[in-house]
Design a protein around this ligand. Structure first.
Ligand code: PGA
Length: 265
């Protein structure tokens, strides 16, 4: 059974649809199938982050599912071809914005990968918070090593990503630990709940250094990377995750709904 999160808050189950599906019709279909099965809950907040072009049609069917987006640009408006701002997505009821996903941090080919730096990510984090929205800051290492060197990567991403964020904004900061080696169809598979629990403690320790113990203990820390029906419960219980960031499985309504049910137990 998934107990309440360590900070007593509701669990966050976040679906990141990435660049899927290819038609608005399919997006509506998947969203409707999920929304139809999500009841109001005191234990779980369900968030779906579709491609931004689908926000308008999905905003009309949203019910007990909250909308999020996968990225924004840090400026509010202006001559920035191809970008969208936090204020724009807010118009469609978006409450959560993912920033710093590893697929955006990754540099170079294949084309389309943005190569975002910690500095750019920090500007985006601040822009989301300034708009009064919640940011899901993704951090994660390329390789896991037994000596724990990977923790220095997480530390740097947290410190740089949150630099200059005023303490009163931290109530809207959510951290997602997504080990890059555990993400996507080509991944080795998910991390273990034990590792996640250890990483969550480490993340809280770094947050404590940035913003103080009280804020650090209240900050939700999510796990992401090859989450499915089979391992969701163990991350939420043994791993003590405050929620899950889910890619592929969030596009499979039956499975995603099953995970929401698990989180509600
Ligand atoms: P995955 O993706 O669940 O398909 O591994 C997770 C993510 O990248 O957020």
């Amino acid at each position: 059974m998934a107990k309440a999160t360590s900070n007593g808050a509701r669990k966050l189950i976040v679906g990141n649809w990435k660049m899927n599906p290819t038609s608005a019709e399919d997006a509506k279909k998947i969203f409707r199938q999920i929304a139809a099965k999500v009841a109001p809950s005191k234990k779980v907040i369900t968030v779906i982050c579709p491609p931004a072009v689908y926000l308008a049609p999905l905003a009309q069917v949203k019910k007990n599912v909250v909308l999020g987006t996968q990225d924004i640009f840090y400026e509010r408006e202006g001559a920035f071809t191809g970008f969208i701002s936090a204020s724009m997505v807010k118009n469609f009821g978006v409450e959560y914005i993912i920033v710093g996903h590893s697929e955006r941090r990754k540099a170079g080919l294949p084309a389309g990968q943005a190569g975002e730096t910690d500095e750019l990510i920090n500007l985006k984090v601040k822009a989301v918070l300034k708009e009064g929205l919640k940011v899901i800051l993704c951090v994660g290492e390329v390789e896991h090593d037994e000596n724990g060197h990977y923790l220095t990567v997480i530390k740097k991403q947290l410190e740089a990503g949150l630099a200059g964020v005023p303490k009163n904004f931290f109530a809207n900061v959510i951290i997602a630990h997504e080990p890059i080696w555990a993400i996507g169809a080509a991944a080795k598979g998910a991390d273990t709940p034990e590792n996640f629990q250890h990483n969550k403690l480490f993340i809280r320790k770094i947050l404590s250094g940035i913003a103080g113990k009280k804020i650090a203990l209240a900050a939700p820390v999510l796990y992401g990377g090859s989450v499915g029906v089979k391992n969701a419960e163990s991350f939420l219980t043994e791993g003590d995750a405050d929620g899950l960031l889910i890619g592929r499985t969030s596009l499979v309504p039956e499975d995603f709904v099953q995970i929401i049910k698990i989180a509600n137990c």
